[in-house]
Design a protein around this ligand. Structure first.
Ligand code: URA
Length: 224
């Protein structure tokens, strides 16, 4: 628990105000409130955020507000073995990209999800400037060469979903990969939204800017 919040009287533990930042409690199942909001202790935090456009996935943003401002203080600053460390985004989305973003303070989970060896598929809904044609779709499936690597990168799946719309599945996460791949086939990304990671889809009732905990079945969907 953040000692500042405790000392300022913002925290109740099991129904009683707690202002002693050094007080110790059995953490398993501990119920507490921070500024009136109820929490249950979790050893590791796993959350999803519906990233809105115009936000940066950085703790120190350069131009737009940080996605971390959308999370409550107990998630931004969590105690882990004496040190206070917050959740971190699992990979990054561009400032103008919307959709499903995972955050956790479990370093092994971040490593596993980000590792190219695990090939976790990520599904993007792409709005394009020019109409999508069958040749562009085929080239994205066959593989295109980007400027930083002679090895072609290919979409694991790709289909037109409208005149100027594509659904693209990638199993790696190079810098600006969707935008660069679409540019490589002669089109241009105008709108980009991540709808799914592994078998976990962004819930339709999670509005842009909202977050929620991942439950056991969500974590299972990410492992599947
Ligand atoms: N590819 C991109 O070009 N941008 C993103 O934000 C994610 C994937």
């Amino acid at each position: 628990m953040c000692s500042g919040l405790v000392q300022q009287g913002f925290v109740t533990v099991q129904g009683h105000s707690c202002t002693d930042a050094l007080a110790e409690f059995e953490p398993e199942g501990l119920a507490y409130t921070v500024q009136g909001v109820p929490w249950v202790y979790q050893a590791k935090a796993y959350v999803m955020l519906h990233k809105p456009a115009g936000t940066e996935c950085s703790q120190k943003p350069s131009t737009y507000p940080s996605i971390y401002t959308l999370l409550p203080p107990p998630l931004r600053q969590r105690p882990t073995k004496g040190a206070v460390q917050g959740v971190q985004a699992v990979g990054r989305l561009d400032q103008d990209t919307t959709g499903l973003l995972l955050l956790t303070d479990d370093g092994a989970f971040i490593h596993r999800m980000a590792s190219p060896r695990h090939h976790v598929p990520k599904v993007y809904e792409v709005g394009t400037k020019h109409p999508v044609d069958a040749r562009q779709v085929q080239r994205l499936l066959d593989g295109v060469v980007l400027d930083d690597d002679p090895k072609p990168v290919r979409a694991a799946a790709c289909a037109a979903t409208g005149e100027c719309a594509l659904r693209l599945t990638l199993t790696e996460g190079k810098y600006h990969q969707v935008k660069r791949m679409v540019a490589a086939v002669g089109n241009r990304v105008e709108v980009l939204h991540r709808s799914r990671i592994g078998s976990l889809a962004l819930p339709p009732d999670l509005a842009p800017g909202q977050w929620r905990w991942l439950d056991a079945s969500d974590l299972q969907a990410l492992r599947a």
